[in-house]
Design a protein around this ligand. Sequence first.
Ligand code: 6PG
Length: 250
Amino acid sequence: MPKPKIRIFPDLEQLSWAAATRVEDLARLKAMEKKIFSVALSGGATPKRLYEILGSPIFAGRIRWQYVHLFQVDERCVPPDHPESNYRMIRRALLGSGSLPEGNFRRMAAEQRDLQQASRQYAEELARVLQPKESEWPRFDLVFLGMGPDGHTASLFPGTEALEEQVSWVVPNYVEKLKMHRLTLTFPVLNAAANAIFLVSGADKAELLRQVLEGPPGQFPAQKIQPANGRLSWFLDEAAAQLLSAETRG
Ligand code: 6PG
């Protein structure tokens, strides 16, 4: 397995600008080929600044948004205007700018009562836009991921059923410790991406990050992100990276 690319920044602000520039570079390559550029966005707190930057007037002109199609990596099973909703956060941070054409954002309808149906509907959207060949996984150009304090990523939490999913692209996942369901893309879909970028910030993640990047494999869900035919990168701020060895820092 190729070594992941580790990039360390002084703080979350500079990490977020670097991630936005990475989006710009990858989007330009696809626009030059007049092809869609598909991105899956995570929720949580860390990517919010990145989304604000992408939604800012500066990036209105730096990205050909008509080629960009945005999806969600996961969603909490709450209404779209609920404070816990990832969609709400993304809408307020990124979509408000109006740069992205109306129909180019696919929301996970995780507030639906029938979560199996909501998962199937979202998988149909993936199929329609990403057009994978027969028996292939849908392939995103770019997936942004975070890492929770227990080593979860997307809504793939330790000890949950969805960790073992090897057939479905999108599943409901019950998380006992949160006493709630989440909708999430599954590992095979995340690992089919051309680019997977973890955004990790803050001293509270330093010890876990050391274990995830330098400890034995298979301990944490975040370690199962190993793109089969893609590039894995970790964008870290100095606070999160403080316990990493010189070798890991590269
Ligand atoms: C979510 C996310 C989740 C997140 C991690 C890290 O819905 O919560 O998709 O996987 O990326 O929990 O969250 P923070 O960025 O808030 O630390």
